[in-house]
Design a binder for this molecule. Structure first.
Ligand code: ATP
Length: 362
């Protein structure tokens, strides 16, 4: 990824009467990045995308694309294209005509249109389908036509609104790899809006998590998942167990958090005064689940399995610790034999490494 900046957003806000849709957002997106804006319904991500495209005017703040202030630049003059979730293809036009449409509006010559459309259909692997109408295509093929149409004008920035939203699960997985490969090949910067964390994790070079109009954390997928900055981010991305408590007497072996009846050793890097209130977040796959009969009496936390959700490749366990705390544990089913797997009502021991605890004070 090049370090140069494609998009710079400075203190951007958008109010609709009483509603603050976007609140004081500052952000920069590097050239060649796939930047995902991720957040729940109503958090302001579409409004932010529409301001980048020029369909909404900011109430305050600035947008620079390639160093140019976009304040007075109308949508059709921005070096930007927007791919809608619905794809918005023209039903009466062929695949070729759909992709050629934008170039025709710009009065590009016939031979140039022909060359560029064929090149783009080639890139999205639709060469053989140029004469078909949209209703003669599968969902994944339609998505690729929409992508080709958005890319053929060679925007500096492509904005994508839930690009995989209309596809079924299998096709999504396949398509997200293709999308990343195509983006690498063309080197165009993508800003993607999605409420789907898996879509964001698999596509993004970096993710901006939004809540109530604000960006609450920006980071790589790994940083967002493994080192969430706040409880909101920890909770929003993936599943998480949360222990509430405070720092207790620092024993010889390092700091301990008192969370109800549980005493939880903290990672050695943590340095906080006694009594500090905190929350500990622990991802379900970081917990090791063993039959109590297989462990020593002094090891780990003890509990009983209340529920098992079998998903094939993995199982989700709900375990009630002996002090009453419920925990979720995810286990990969690396053995075929069901009798090897821990079942409901079994007594279990749970262990984890202190380094896998995320310590949150926000
Ligand atoms: P979703 O995933 O549900 O589309 P979103 O994160 O994209 O949500 P936005 O569409 O940006 O959210 O909306 C942010 C807030 O601004 C919401 O409270 C919404 O009701 C409000 N809003 C958006 N557009 C308008 C508008 N044109 N007029 C008034 N309020 C609006």
């Amino acid at each position: 990824m090049s370090l140069s900046e494609c998009v710079k957003i400075e203190s951007l806000s958008k109010h609709f009467a009483e509603t603050v849709a976007v609140s004081d957002v500052s952000l920069s997106v590097g050239r060649g990045e796939i930047f995902c804006l991720l957040g729940g319904s109503g958090c302001g991500k579409t409004t932010l995308l529409r301001m980048l495209a020029g369909f909404e005017r900011p109430t305050a703040g600035r947008i620079l694309i390639d160093g140019m202030d976009m304040a007075d630049v109308p949508p059709n003059r921005r070096p930007v294209n927007l791919m809608f979730q619905s794809y918005a293809l023209f039903p009466h036009m062929s695949v070729f005509q759909n992709v050629a449409f934008g170039l025709e509006q710009e009065r590009v010559s016939r031979t140039e249109i022909d060359r560029r459309v064929r090149e783009m259909l080639d890139a999205v692997k639709l060469e053989g389908l140029a004469g078909r109408k949209p209703q003669q295509l599968s969902g994944g093929q339609r998505q690729r036509v929409a992508l080709a149409r958005a890319l053929v004008k060679r925007p500096k920035l492509l904005l994508l609104d839930e690009p995989l939203g209309a596809l079924d699960k299998k096709l999504r997985e396949h398509t997200q790899f293709e999308l990343v490969a195509l983006q690498r090949q063309l080197g165009i910067t993508f800003v993607v809006v999605t409420h789907d964390q898996q879509e964001a994790m698999s596509l993004a070079t970096r993710i901006g998590v939004m809540n109530q109009g604000r960006i609450v954390q920006v980071g790589t997928p790994d940083e967002i998942y493994e080192s969430p900055a706040t409880r909101f981010v920890a909770d929003f991305i993936g599943s998480v167990n949360i222990f509430e408590g405070h720092i207790g007497n620092s024993g010889e072996g390092g700091l301990i958090a008192h969370c109800g009846a549980l005493q939880i050793p903290l990672p050695s890097r943590v340095a906080m005064p006694d009594g500090t209130r905190l929350a500990l977040a622990l991802r379900p796959e970081k917990i090791r689940l063993q039959r109590q009969s297989d462990t020593g009496a002094q090891v780990g936390q003890r509990g009983t399995v209340e529920e098992v959700g079998y998903l094939g490749e993995s199982s989700h366990y709900r375990v009630r610790l002996d002090d009453g705390t419920p925990l979720r544990v995810d286990v990969v089913n690396h053995r075929r034999d069901a009798s090897q797997r821990i079942q409901r009502a079994e007594r279990v021991t749970l262990t984890w490494s202190a380094d896998d605890l995320i310590v949150l004070t926000d």
